[in-house]
Design a protein around this ligand. Structure first.
Ligand SMILES: [Zn+2]
Length: 278
């Protein structure tokens, strides 16, 4: 791969953002874990090389539990990405976190199951490499530098974000029951989504920065008064806010620090992974 095909920054999700890139190319990446959700769309934005990856595929055909998260993160790293920005749609777990609220979470709770969530599973890969047992720290799952910049960019756009909060990731594809939702809220968690895990931990396992930007599309079932969230409501709020979300994501992409000095960049220092990371 030549330099002109690569990118330093990756955005997972954000369909419809590609038209703003210059000199866009589609790059198919194969990985030791299979194919990512789709081809990467790589181009230039204000002098920064950016790769977009539609999380659910361009035809939105992959439900959250069927996404090949390992292939997605590996493919991004393979084209040179070291910083990942990950917008996602979420349900609000507090009455004040209504539709249109922007949350830049600083904590994560995993309530998924059965997903491939590590590169270091001790299993030999098809290429003969066998990963070592690696225990990656995830006390602070998000890049502190990316978070700080995301908050600043949203604020400047006049979209006062929640600076911090806990994203609980459920298996889906169904939404929560009221009892589950009330339980999540009672823990003090902020928003609920379906894709933030294992994305965050896989990014850390590859030494990538990962910044989550959670947009609230609905009040979750235990918080709202009514029939419960529907997919139509989610799509409606998403389309109403897509323009300003686009502005925030694109500003963030162009303003991420060029030099990394965060804990994510040092996650693999002194670690023998047994793998050859691209
Ligand atoms: Zn970082």
């Amino acid at each position: 791969m030549s330099d002109s095909d690569g990118a330093a920054i990756g955005v997972i999700g954000g369909s419809g953002f590609y038209s703003l890139l210059d000199g866009i190319t589609e790059v198919a990446v194969d990985t030791p874990y299979g194919a990512p959700s789709d081809k990467l769309l790589i181009g230039e934005l204000a002098g920064r090389r950016v790769a977009f990856l539609p999380r659910h595929g361009r035809s939105h055909s992959l439900p959250p539990h069927r996404i090949n998260y390992r292939a997605n993160l590996w493919a991004l790293r393979a084209v040179g990405v070291r910083q990942v920005v990950a917008p996602c749609a979420t349900g609000g777990l507090r009455p004040e976190f209504g539709p249109g609220t922007l949350v830049v979470p600083d904590q994560l709770v995993d309530r998924t199951y059965g997903r491939e969530q590590t590169f270091y599973d001790g299993e030999p890969r098809a290429d003969g490499l066998r990963p070592n047992v690696v225990h990656i720290p995830l006390a602070d799952p998000y890049c502190p530098a990316g978070r700080q910049q995301a908050v600043a960019v949203a604020r400047r756009a006049g979209w006062e974000p929640q600076d911090g909060g806990t994203l609980v990731v459920i298996q889906g594809p169904r939404f929560s029951t009221r009892a589950e939702s009330r339980w999540h809220a009672a823990q003090g968690w902020s928003v609920v989504g379906m894709t933030g895990y294992p994305e965050a931990t896989l990014a850390r396992e590859l030494g990538l920065c990962y910044t989550s930007i959670a947009m609230v599309t609905d009040l979750d079932a235990g918080v709202e008064v009514g029939e419960g969230v529907t997919h139509e409501e989610v799509l409606k709020v998403f389309s109403e806010n897509i323009e300003r979300l686009r502005t925030v994501i694109l500003d963030l992409v162009t303003e991420l620090p060029a030099e990394r000095n965060c804990l994510c960049s040092k996650a693999l220092d002194g670690v023998d992974t047994g793998l050859l990371l691209p």
